[in-house]
Design a protein around this ligand. Structure first.
Ligand code: KG4
Ligand code: ZN
Length: 454
């Protein structure tokens, strides 16, 4: 066997190294190898010339990641604090969640009528230790047992990201474990691969209170951004319309989030009762806009309240509330359907998704809306795409998705911070390469329209 070049190592050594080594700083492949040999006291050239050993480069590590033993030996602790959930979890290489803990701030923010960053930060600070310890305890593991620590570093609320990143760095310093910085949206997209056997490339649709984007996941850390929202995220707009409709005071909705409340009432209303303009229908791209639709809905609510003689500051609810909710939801959904329709046609035109791998991963809090899901399924069905929706607990923010994203990087032997101390958070960070201009230039028409299912 030819001597491997530097930067290659035998697979057995690689996993032994991951299990045994503690490293704080630089982790280029050569350094990892040198450090392993230092730890194991094995002479470099003995290992290099060991007969019958399978040598791999870091990028080839995935080829043996299918080996059940090596996969299950990797353990990643993930930490999420980008918005209003303090989450932590430990997952293994096969996607088993060994331990998990989550502290949700949603009820507190509900009282404030939205997220106040300084309040969110304090809540993360107050709960991060118990959440991380809770994840380790339920996994029956100590920090020393994990292979690496992954943390959300981007994008998100600066004050919130700061808490998770600082805490992760503290744990890294304490344990000598490697740090894997994680992109929050990428983690949402990759979570589906933890529960289903989904090969790259696949299409991703994220819809939540904080995000709205269509992207192609081509690999770990390799995304094409087809479109994103130009103003607000759909979840926020559902919440705001619910507030304007005073659904907190509705007997069937008092405990529901704004989006859930709209869905429940809409199911009993006439979705064609009021006509709204579908946002951006004449823009041949995959970007989104919800602010205009929200304002149109506000104006309708004001008008109807006037007609019914309801003072704006009272708790009284419109008699046509179900119809308003249904019409609002239908137009928002048609917007989502049209963007997805174009994204699929674009991928087809540019040969981005192979014929035998047509998959759409749909995630985020808004994706739990069954009306929206059925409607998007009408689009995927038309083009023979498989629709994969992670279970609700994995669609919303949590520690598992961060741990799994870290695991995806780790299995590829990439993504470990060279200098953990230098890792910083980034409140803004788009996902992948921006393809929105190319999508527009492709001039794709979305006719004939796909009907919203009844
Ligand atoms: O992903 P998620 O839990 O967290 C953040 O974005 O932070 O999404 C929460 C959002 C909220 O705005 C909520 O109103 C919306 O998702 N949502 C829904 C539904 N369930 C939750 N929107 C529409 N229909 C639903 N059934
Ligand atoms: Zn999220």
């Amino acid at each position: 066997m030819a001597a491997p070049t530097s930067g290659k190592m035998c697979q057995k050594c690689f996993f032994q190294m991951l299990q045994k080594c503690s490293f704080n700083s630089s982790v280029s492949s050569n350094m990892l190898i040198r450090r392993f040999h230092k730890v194991s006291n094995t002479k470099l050239n003995v290992l290099r010339y060991r007969p019958n050993a399978v040598f791999v480069t870091k990028s080839q590590i995935r080829t043996f990641a299918d080996d059940v033993d090596s996969k299950s030996r990797l353990l990643v602790l993930g930490i999420e604090t980008s918005c209003d959930e303090t989450g932590a979890a430990v997952v293994d290489g096969r996607g088993n969640v060994l331990g998990e803990a989550l502290h949700s701030q949603k009820l507190v923010h509900l009282k404030h009528g939205g997220i106040v960053p300084s309040v969110a930060q304090q809540l993360h600070r107050d709960h991060i230790e118990e959440v991380v310890q809770g994840a380790l305890d339920t996994a029956n593991l100590r920090l020393q047992d994990v292979t690496a620590i992954a943390a959300t570093v981007k994008p998100g609320l600066a004050l919130c990201l700061q808490i998770g990143v600082e805490y992760a760095k503290k744990l890294v310093k304490q344990s000598g474990k490697p740090l894997i910085p994680v992109h929050h949206m990428e983690a949402h997209a990759l979570t589906a691969r933890m529960i289903e056997n989904i090969e790259f490339p696949f299409l991703v649709f994220l819809l939540s209170g904080g995000h709205c984007l269509l992207a192609v996941a081509r690999g770990v850390g390799d995304f094409l951004l087809l479109g994103s929202t130009t103003d607000e995220a759909p979840g926020v707009v559902f919440d705001q319309v619910a507030r304007k409709l005073k659904l907190k005071h509705h007997p069937n909705c008092s405990t529901l989030s704004g989006g859930q409340a709209i869905e429940v009432l809409a199911s009993q209303g006439d979705s064609q009762a009021f006509k709204f303009t579908v946002p951006m229908a004449r823009y041949a791209n995959c970007d989104f806009s919800f602010a205009g639709h929200k304002n149109q809905t506000y104006r309708l609510i004001d008008k109807m309240e006037k007609e019914e003689g309801i003072p704006a500051d009272s708790d009284q609810i419109l008699s046509c509330v179900n119809d308003v909710a249904a019409s609002f939801q239908r137009t928002a959904t048609r917007h989502l359907m049209q963007r997805l329709h174009r994204a699929i046609l674009y991928c087809q035109q540019r040969h981005i998704i192979p014929q035998d791998n047509k998959t759409l991963v749909l995630s985020g809090g808004v994706a739990s809306n069954m009306y929206i899901r059925r409607s998007l399924q009408a689009v995927t069905d038309r083009f023979g795409y498989q629709l994969v929706c992670p279970p609700p607990r994995l669609c919303t923010d949590n520690g598992v998705m961060i741990a799994w994203a870290g695991m995806e990087w780790l299995k590829e032997g990439r993504g470990i911070a060279e200098d953990p101390e230098a890792v910083d958070f980034q409140p803004r960070c788009p996902l992948g390469v921006d393809m929105s201009t190319d999508v527009l230039n492709a001039g794709i028409k979305t006719t004939p329209k796909i009907k919203v299912p009844t």
